[in-house]
Structures are given as structure tokens and as C-alpha cells.
Design a protein around this ligand. Sequence first.
Ligand SMILES: [Zn+2]
Length: 217
Amino acid sequence: MSKILTQRVKCNQCDNEDDFPVHHSVNVSLDPDLKERVFKKDLFNFSCDTCGCNAIILHDFLYHDMKNKFIIQYLTKGQLTPEMTPGLALFAEQGYKIRVVGNLNDLIEKILIFDQGLKDTAIEVLKATIMAKEDEKDKPVTSVYFAAKSKNDNGEEGLYFVATREKDEPKYLTFLMKDIKTHLESAPEELAKWPDPKSMIVNFKTMFPEDSEKKGE
Ligand SMILES: [Zn+2]
């Protein structure tokens, strides 16, 4: 079940107080409509009944997919606290894949990856390849995200990525499945063994610590 607790929130424009449903956990297998709201990022939107102004109220929450057996803990501060580990351990014991993310785009990307039955460790390597190729001195890469599985005009399947660079339009790049098949198969499921934090945080920084330091991350 999803865990939703109502909290009183004060509008910072008109001081009116309103109820705001805080989604502490979202079970998308039991409440599939909430999945769409995660993708639209509207779980965090507060709209004041009195003055109509909108605000974003970010809070930690757990994304739970029972069917594909994965848990993603979204943390606004990006840091796991010791009290969170026992809850996650219960899922780990049941064979769940567990990830921790610190921003909503990372959360959505992980969902897209696991929904497609892909390994995020393999995806991070492909992203690093794009980063290395697209990074230019006056147009540094600011982000690379996995977007979807796609098919080209010849019916060939591929993985589709979006790269953004400073002072530039987003760029769309595809890896053909036939070229990366071996890579996808041989990549490890996990970076480390539970409960090593590296098993929960799979990103450029944990996979390529030296390169990440060079990039000043
Ligand atoms: Zn208001």
C-alpha cells in the first residue's frame, strides 16, 4: 500500500493554511495512477485554495514496484540516515533491487531503466561514453539521461539517450542493441553487495570516482 499522510501547509503568499497530502511511499503496483503522477512530478505540487498560488514541496519518499521488484528511495538531501537502513533491509531480504537517488530526474531515469528490464550499471557506462564524446571545452556536458528503448526506420532496436550541454540544444543519441548486446549482458546487476552504500547509489560518481573528481562533481 502507498503511505500518504496529510500535513498542514502554510501558503507563503497569503498565509492561508491548507491540507497537503505527503506521499511517504508510492506503491505503483497497487496504485498505478500514482506512477503517472511521479512522472509528471505533480506529487509535490501545492496549490493554495485561497490565492491560487503554486509551490513545490519536496519531501523524501519511497518508490515501490512489486512486479519488477525494485525500490527507489528518493531523498531531498541525497543522504541515507541510519534509521532508513532497517526498512530497506526488509526489501533486500526479499530479493529487491534497492537504489537511492537525490533528484527527481535520476528517480525517473531509474524507473525507466528498470521498467525495461535493463541494468543501471550498464546504462551508466553508456552515459559515460556519451559524456566523453560530447564534452567540449566551451560546451561542457551538463547531463546525460536514458530516455527510452526505440526502433529506427530499419526496425532496429536501440537505446535512446538525451544529452544536454551548456549553451546548446539537447542532443539525442542512440546505441543500437546489436552493438551493445554483450555489454548489457556482461554488466553486473549490482556495484557492490548490500548493505554497502555503493549497492544503492549507482551513478557516474560511484562508478567512475576518478573521472567524476576531474569533472569537479
Ligand atoms: Zn495562498
